[in-house]
Design a protein around this ligand. Structure first.
Ligand SMILES: [Zn+2]
Length: 123
């Protein structure tokens, strides 16, 4: 399953970050997912729910930020949000636009809960 391996990789990165920062647990993980990445958000949430169990990310919120497909025409340099990478330019009708955005699959942000530092009493 495609989504499971993505989650596994993501949890590995998150784990490393937790150790690096000396954090206690992970509160939230934000992922940027382009519409062309082929990732199904629901499947990702499901895989995260089961794979995060027993890890520092258990109970964390998985925030999925969907990135729309943005295409750019090489001829007239127009840019638009499209449905399909094979769309024609709506301005000049040129074929084969360049893909500007929509293929993303990356970890955007990790919200970690840091270890509580003991307070010193000033009595
Ligand atoms: Zn054009």
């Amino acid at each position: 399953m495609h989504e499971a391996s993505i989650v596994e990789e993501m949890l590995e990165i998150a784990d490393r970050e937790v150790i690096l920062q000396g954090a206690q647990r992970i509160n939230r993980i934000s992922l940027q997912i382009g519409v062309l990445s082929g990732v199904v958000p629901e499947a990702l949430q499901f895989a995260f729910g089961s794979l995060s169990m027993g890890t520092l990310a258990e109970g964390a919120v998985l925030d999925i930020v969907r990135v729309p497909l943005t295409l750019r025409c090489d001829r007239c340099e127009g840019q638009w949000v499209g449905e399909h990478p094979g769309d024609l330019c709506p301005v000049c009708g040129a074929e084969l636009p360049s893909i500007v955005a929509g293929q993303e699959l990356k970890l955007l942000e990790l919200d970690l809960e840091l270890m509580e530092t003991p307070h010193e009493c000033d009595t």
